[in-house]
Design a protein around this ligand. Structure first.
Ligand code: EPZ
Length: 419
């Protein structure tokens, strides 16, 4: 069981390149099931979730593996799908597996994917996914925890989501790519990862309009061809690295990302007193003196991302003044609070709002990682803290961050991984 040890104190400085987006990659890998031919995806992050998705694609009968090249490419050929069933032990580990439902029912007329259980941050139902596929003519049954979708043929239809769901939107877009006729998705998620999937599908020969807005049109094709795609930079990893920089009152630049994808995060860092400059494919954030507390409420894109909530809380834990951090997307995404409190943070949670009173400095302590972003926030908190912090259960971090300790060490952090 690996753990990460941080000696708090050094101000981070320098430039680091973000890896490819984990969340975009997972959707694109599922979409590769749509094509009868080889798909190649480059700039893929070497994280555990990608390996889990490769394992799932192979279990379905696709050829799926890393390509020995210099640009971190995975090659997936789903010309033959031998099983329409996503095994529970894989879906259990990674709920993004549920996104194979749409492609599978489109390719095979049948799909069986175990219902992803809840996770640390909430119940995370998949009712919107099922509602969307049903609108395309799939017959959906729940059978002892397995979602079964059947459709002789998917037919384009109108899907009106009750709320914006990122993977729900992506699942329906992928099914619509193999449906006869046009599908209209209302109340679609607007995240950049949705727009990136649209670009990917267009490369396969699918007509997609409106991705990035809340109304998306998809016109399916009969047989789709494989595609080559380079994944865009991970906006959440970039935000995390910038948060680490300003938390230490340092000066960090992150390259390889689209700054516009981080607008809400950059605005918050500016509001807290950081100097933030964005150029073509990089962002620089500097904090010379103690930051100010800020209020933030998470929201679907383009609002402040829920995936950055824990990391921002770690930053304002030592800001001057108070901050109210409101989590509106997930019902239980404050798992990092007790751990930050162990480090001396002054936080009280009332329902969906965490009231943070900034303290001068946190103290290093042994802490426990619980979910991906909570773990990242503990590292952000540890970097400026007094003394040593040991973050246990680091596998949570490795799910979504590629070599985070190496990236931070290249910026001057005293951080190491211990087995
Ligand atoms: C994606 O999850 C991301 N994961 C999450 O990132 C991210 O936090 C989330 O979007 C929100 O931005 C991937 O893309 C792999 P949702 P997703 O469906 O699509 C409710 C990370 O740390 N909901 O947009 O599963 C749901 O419970 C991960 O990288 C339903 O009620 O999130 C939540 O409250 C964590 N019914 C809200 O909608 C549904 O059918 C938003 O969830 C679907 C969702």
């Amino acid at each position: 069981m690996d753990r990460i040890v941080v000696e708090g104190g050094p101000r981070l400085a320098g430039e680091v390149r973000a890896s490819g987006s984990k969340n975009a990659t997972l959707a694109l890998m599922a979409a590769a099931l749509l094509a009868e031919g080889e798909t190649r995806i480059a700039n893929v992050p070497r994280v555990r979730d990608v390996d889990a998705m490769l394992e799932l694609l192979r279990a379905l009968g696709a050829d799926a593996d890393w390509v020995p090249d210099a640009v971190q490419t995975v090659a997936i050929d789903a010309s033959t799908i031998t099983s329409p069933e996503a095994p529970y032990d894989i879906v259990r580990k990674m709920r993004a597996s549920f996104m194979v439902l749409g492609p599978l029912v489109g390719r095979c007329g049948l799909a069986r994917v175990s219902e992803p259980g809840g996770c640390a941050i909430g119940v995370r139902p998949v009712d919107q996914h099922m509602k969307g596929l049903a609108a395309l003519g799939a017959k959906i049954d729940l059978d002892h925890g397995t979602v079964e979708a059947r459709a002789e043929e998917l037919v384009g239809g109108r899907v009106v989501f009750d709320m914006a769901s990122v993977n729900g939107t992506q699942n329906v877009m992928m099914a619509a790519a193999l449906a006869r006729g046009v599908t209209e998705i209302e109340n679609a998620a607007r995240e950049p990862e949705v727009a990136e999937l649209a670009t990917f599908l267009a490369g396969m020969g699918v007509r997609v309009e409106g991705a990035g807005t809340d109304r998306i049109l998809v016109e399916g094709g009969a047989r789709l061809a494989g595609v080559e795609h380079v994944v865009s930079g991970d906006r959440i990893e970039a935000g995390t690295l910038l948060a680490a920089g300003v938390a230490t009152r340092g000066d960090v630049s992150v390259s390889g990302v689209v700054p516009a994808h981080l607008d809400a995060v950059l605005d918050k860092l500016r509001e807290a007193g950081a100097d933030v400059e964005a150029s073509a494919d990089r962002v620089r954030a500097r904090a010379h003196e103690r930051l100010r507390g800020v209020d933030v409420a998470t929201a679907p894109y383009p609002g402040f991302p829920t995936d950055m909530q824990a990391q921002l809380m770690a930053v304002v834990a030592t800001a001057a003044g108070s901050s109210v951090v409101t989590e509106t997307v997930f019902e239980n995404r404050f798992m990092h609070v007790p751990e930050l409190q162990r480090m001396g943070a002054d936080i009280s949670v009332q329902g969906r709002a965490a009231h943070v009173r900034g303290v001068e400095r946190l103290s290093g302590a042994p802490v426990m990682a619980t979910d991906l972003r909570a773990s990242a926030s503990l590292i952000v908190a540890a970097l400026p803290a007094e003394g040593t912090t040991v973050v246990n259960r680091v596998y949570h971090i490795d799910r979504g961050y590629e070599r985070i300790e190496e990236k931070l060490r290249s910026l001057g952090a005293e951080i190491r991984r211990e087995s």
